[in-house]
Design a protein around this ligand. Structure first.
Ligand code: TGC
Ligand code: FAD
Length: 389
């Protein structure tokens, strides 16, 4: 297979520091060496390549933008975004694994936990020794997590959890679940360890999308956890939503990687595939598709880069993150579809990656807030009128 060449039509590299480019290169090389040779097989067999968990930790990919004192890489938010971009160039499921570990489990422990909880969990999660999952969505509450039914009740030195979560990435293999439940009617975060009586995490099967990622249910039946497992600084729906802001930021970068992979594949194919005695790249309609792809990739790069700089300056708003997640996922999915189209029949085979990215991006369009929910978040921001219900 021809080596991946990243598009950079507007010299965006000129806006990156040497350190940011170096971090991107090291993840890119690792993805070429370790993900690309195995990902199709993982996808086809619907297995997550667990043997790569430690290597990803060695690259500093878990909670990379959290402080070094907890064993994390402590990189800036742009470098973190570039890491997610490179991972998702391999596969959205691989990026999901790192997103959940860092943005959805390490981040809430860091932001809402005690110093003891941070010291206990973060270093082990940074090395991949411990794996986490994030349980917010329920069978009857997806876009509307505020209606959740899962409850926690205080009982002496314990909390007792009852309820169910669904569609939880990494759930079955997680050592710890960050679980959102209502305590006296208020959403709070709890740490539930694997093996706790009354807690199970069966895997969900038969997905057409994100097949190289583990998706699970979390079931709590009179599950008793120590009172010290409450995340004490969590309180209200804005606590889990604050975690989503972190993960959505990473997704806005990640999907650029998937789009780049599809564009690179389609461009190479179009230049070598002959029909009507000419490379198909010589036809205007094919060029139109390739131009759409590189144009949208360039706009996505600029959007996420500016968002990252705002985040590093502590000036960004969650509604801006919604704009980047919404825009970038939408266009990445359209790019994957158009790439698959350029590949013709070959595009439906495992020899090419665009259709795998396309199927994955259908999930990415839905999770972390659907495309339409992000439309409403931005609509509410600019009009001052919430239109969710
Ligand atoms: P609403 O009244 O709008 O908000 C409640 C409070 O939260 C604040 N807030 C946020 N804060 C931080 N970050 C955000 N993104 C925030 N969004 C809202 C808000 O200002 C308010 O604060 P306050 O001080 O006034 O109390 O709440 P609502 O119930 O009306 O819901 C609004 C809505 C629909 C936008 C929200 O619930 C939502 O975002 N729904 C989408 C659900 C979602 O994204 N679920 C994702 C589950 S996790 C997942 O998918 C992981 S996939 C991982 C992988 O594999 O990569
Ligand atoms: P619904 O909320 O039922 O939405 C269905 C449709 O209705 C969508 O098109 C939606 O846009 C539309 N809709 C809903 N409300 C409105 C409205 N007010 N106005 C207009 N349209 C509306 N969750 C976790 O907590 N942790 C995880 O790790 C996790 N991982 C996931 C992994 C995978 C592979 C998948 C597929 C999902 C995952 N999720 C996870 C769940 C994900 O966040 C939810 O699927 C998502 O929030 C949407 O919820 P839903 O599927 O219940 O759809």
């Amino acid at each position: 297979m021809k080596k991946f060449e990243s598009p950079d039509y507007m010299d965006i590299d000129g806006m990156l520091s040497d350190e940011e480019k170096m971090i991107r290169s090291s993840v890119r090389e690792w993805v070429d060496a370790r993900i690309m040779p195995v990902i199709e097989k993982s996808y086809q067999s619907a297995t997550f390549p667990r043997e790569l968990i430690t290597e990803m930790a060695e690259l500093g990919l878990y909670g990379a933008n959290l402080p070094e004192k907890y064993g994390c890489a402590g990189v800036n938010n742009v470098a973190y975004g570039l890491m997610m971009q490179e991972l998702e160039r391999g596969d959205s499921g691989i990026r999901s694994f790192a997103s959940v570990q860092g943005a959805l489990v390490m981040y809430p422990i860091f932001a809402y936990g005690t110093e003891k909880q941070r010291q206990h969990w973060l270093p082990k999660m940074a090395t991949g020794e411990k794996i986490g999952c994030f349980g917010l969505t329920e069978p009857d509450h997806g876009s509307d997590p505020g209606g959740m039914k899962t409850t926690a009740v205080k009982d002496g030195d314990s909390y007792i959890l009852n309820g169910a979560k669904m569609w939880i990435t990494n759930g079955t293999i997680a050592d710890v679940a960050v679980v959102w439940a209502k305590l006296d009617g208020v959403v709070r975060g709890f740490l539930v360890e694997k093996g706790t009586p009354g807690f199970s995490a069966p895997e969900m099967h038969d997905k057409h999308s994100l097949r190289a990622s583990i998706t699970s249910e979390l079931i709590f039946q009179d599950c008793r956890i120590p009172a010290e497992n409450l995340l004490p600084e969590s309180g209200g729906l804005k606590s889990p939503l604050g975690c989503l802001t972190q993960a959505r930021y990473g997704i806005s970068w990640g999907v650029i990687g998937a789009a780049m992979a599809c564009y690179d594949e389609a461009l190479n194919y179009a230049k070598t595939r002959i029909q009507f005695d000419k490379p198909i790249a010589s036809f205007q309609l094919v060029q139109q598709k390739l131009v759409y792809m590189v144009n949208e990739i360039t706009k996505m790069q600029l959007l996420s880069l500016q968002l990252g700089r705002l985040k590093d300056d502590k000036k960004f708003k969650f509604t801006q993150v919604s704009m980047a997640k919404r825009n970038n996922v939408y266009h990445s999915l359209e790019i994957a579809r158009q790439a698959r189209d350029i590949l013709g029949a070959n595009g439906i085979t495992a020899e090419y990656q665009s259709m795998r990215h396309m199927c994955n991006l259908e999930t990415v369009k839905t999770y972390e807030g659907t495309h339409d929910i992000h439309t409403l978040i931005i609509g509410s921001d600019i009009t001052g009128i919430p239109a969710f219900s």
